[in-house]
Design a protein around this ligand. Structure first.
Ligand code: ZN
Length: 644
């Protein structure tokens, strides 16, 4: 086969153009409401405690066209027990059962419209609720209620616009707690919370452009102050295809900086899968000549010392082998950074046959020390396999083993089509793994529980008036106000930006100073583990109010806030303690004499000594005397040879 792709760091824009890379984004962002979208349960109340558990099994039904949806069939094959942990405070019979919905949450709807306006969407004038099928168990009713608020929007990027397909308002799904073997556990507190979904056109040409656009979209929605922040409140899906490949959706990207590497790895995977397909064609392997044989090889393995198989034997599991005729070299073909084609097979075995203990397969192309060549020889003999063939060994209980064998054959056969349609899961190392078979296209159908809802132009106009300025406008304004470059985006994208704007507009405060306190110090303090969540808008209001009325507090501003974070005292008591005191010239002088006696400076330099004495004095008077009062006294003292 042809040479490998360049390492990630060496890829150029031209390389991606040659690959025909196309990539788009789906941004999911929880919006900030008190209640959920279609019931009156509270939103954003997360807890690990639960009052009850509900067990469900998923069962596929035939669609109206008489076909099984790919996802449905897959979920059925997994024979999962789905457990929902429910807490009576955060969930009701609407989310868990078929209780009809309440009217849509109006404040969620208004926020969705406002965000749609910021993204230049064409707004709908009537809300139609639809049901979107979800068969993985993450939504107990099997469908999500969703509505489209705007279509055909755009955001400016570089010298062009990036098209946005649609903005949806929908319900969030359950939080997954664990997924081991045949048991998947969900928490239901997040279920039904309002979420907006923005879908871009695949108009980004390099992985970095995708990350840039993801950032702009995230900043834009965050800057409104209308959305939730914190872990899990925003998730991205990235879709990727290359020339000749398939549009693959990578789900659950939590960190934007990971996007470029994820896209690189998916581009590489698709390129490799296409090369594998071509190779198989050249070998003359087609749908009709494809051949796979299976056999029970438990009896050939009884003396193996390799841990995974020894463990399986100790637990009375069976061991099977699949011989893939003519597949030699395919299983070890590199597909992503540090991964080879057999990982595609292992993933299917893990997800669909629920053999979650890894490694779950062993191939004849493994380079690691595993089961010894004499065992391989005996297995080859059993199949009369040649050096052209490739073997996959798999182990498990009888039922899961049968599913696993089928999945190994299915995935090996799919190598002939190149890139099979799947959704994939982002992994922390920048690669991705199989998540599920692509659902069929008929996932949406109208919801008959709720009538269409008119959204009149007058209501749109009121919302438009209260719209915060888009991030690109703020960016220019902050730049003009002299705010340091590295703080401009964090401020423009912050939900505190509105407060910040009002603050510097209404008061004679330096934007630079406020920006530093508000967006730089606070981050530094959070990193030191200080409880910065105590610095609420109310605290900041009080703090800046005091600073405005008494500018002499200004030099101690950071110390005041820091002390507030490290002590239990109220802000007003701390401010009181830092308020300037009047100290006479003589008191300062005698303090200087005392410092010189007890802890004299070591440097012979006058300038260094002046700084030294000022520092000591400030500490001694707890920073409550202004430096400009102290400076001339210290200067005189030092220059006079430290005699009072
Ligand atoms: Zn509810």
């Amino acid at each position: 086969m042809t040479e490998m792709m360049k390492p990630f760091e060496q890829m150029t824009d031209e390389d991606y153009a040659d690959l025909g890379l196309q990539s788009g984004l789906e941004i999911h962002q929880q919006i900030l409401t008190e209640k959920k979208l279609f019931c009156r349960c509270p939103a954003g109340h997360y807890s690990t405690e639960y009052d009850a558990e509900i067990l469900r099994h998923m069962r596929p039904t035939l669609s109206e066209l008489g076909e099984y949806d790919g996802t449905a069939l897959m979920e059925f094959k997994t024979k999962k027990e789905i457990i929902y942990q429910i807490n009576r405070e955060t969930v009701c019979t609407y989310e868990m059962d078929d209780t009809p919905p309440f009217e849509i949450n109006q404040s969620a709807l208004e926020i969705a419209f406002q965000i749609a306006m910021l993204m230049n969407y064409k707004l709908v004038n009537e809300i139609h609720i639809a049901r979107k099928q979800y068969l993985d168990g993450s939504i107990p009713t099997g469908f999500q209620r969703t509505t489209i608020v705007g279509v055909d929007g755009f955001i400016p990027y570089k010298n062009r616009n990036i098209g946005l397909i649609q903005l949806g308002l929908e319900e969030d799904s359950c939080r997954e707690v664990s997924d081991i073997g045949h048991r998947r556990v969900y928490r239901t507190d997040r279920l039904g919370m309002p979420l907006i979904e923005t879908v871009t056109r695949p108009e980004m040409h390099t992985p970095q452009e995708v990350a840039d656009v993801a950032n702009i979209l995230r900043w834009l929605v965050k800057s409104t102050g209308f959305v939730r922040t914190g872990i899990g409140s925003a998730r991205q899906d990235v879709n990727v295809s290359i020339k000749g490949g398939t549009r693959i959706e990578i789900k659950g990207v939590h960190r934007i900086p990971l996007i470029p590497l994820l896209i690189y790895n998916e581009a590489m995977r698709q390129r490799s899968l296409l090369l594998i397909r071509d190779d198989l064609r050249e070998r003359g392997i087609t749908e009709s000549t494809f051949k796979a044989e299976t056999a029970d090889v438990t009896h050939l393995m009884t003396s193996t010392q390799w841990d995974p198989i020894r463990w399986a034997l100790q637990h009375n599991e069976k061991i099977a082998c699949v011989n893939l005729k003519g597949y030699s070299g395919i299983l070890s073909y590199p597909t992503q950074t540090g991964k080879v084609f057999s990982k595609e097979i292992s993933d299917r075995v893990r997800v669909i046959a629920c053999l979650t203990r890894l490694p779950n397969i062993l191939t004849s192309e493994s380079t690691e020390e595993t089961i010894g060549s004499h065992v391989w020889n005996r297995i080859r003999k059993l199949f009369s396999a040649t050096s052209q063939d490739a073997l996959v060994i798999v182990w498990g209980n009888e039922q899961d083993l049968q599913t696993a064998i089928q999945e190994i054959i299915i995935r090996a056969r799919e190598a002939m089509i190149g890139v099979p349609g799947e959704t994939r899961q982002a992994l922390a190392d920048g690669t991705n793994g199989f998540e599920r078979i692509l659902p069929g296209p008929e996932r949406m159908y109208p919801d008959t529980d709720l009538p269409p809802l008119e959204f009149p132009p007058e209501r749109v106009e009121v919302l438009r008036k209260n719209l915060p300025p888009p991030i690109w406008e703020r960016r220019t304004r902050y730049r003009d106000a002299g705010i340091p470059n590295h703080l401009i985006i964090p401020i423009a994208a912050s939900p505190r930006a509105l407060f910040f704007d009002r603050l510097i507009e209404a008061n004679d405060l330096s934007p630079k100073f406020c920006a530093r306190i508000f967006f730089e110090k606070i981050v530094a303090w959070r990193r030191c583990g200080l409880p910065t969540e105590r610095l609420t808008i109310a605290v900041f209001s009080e703090f800046f109010g005091k600073i405005v009325s008494d500018p002499s507090l200004l030099p101690n501003a950071e110390r005041i806030l820091r002390q507030f974070l490290t002590s239990d005292e109220s802000l007003s008591i701390i401010i009181e303690a830092f308020s300037p005191i009047s100290i006479s010239h003589d008191e300062i002088l005698s303090a200087l004499v005392d410092i010189d006696k007890t802890e004299p400076p070591k440097s012979p330099q006058i300038e260094a000594n002046i700084r030294y004495f000022i520092g000591k004095l400030m500490k001694r008077f707890q920073f409550r005397i202004p430096a400009k009062t102290v400076l001339p006294i210290v200067g005189e003292f030092v220059k006079n040879g430290r005699r009072s």
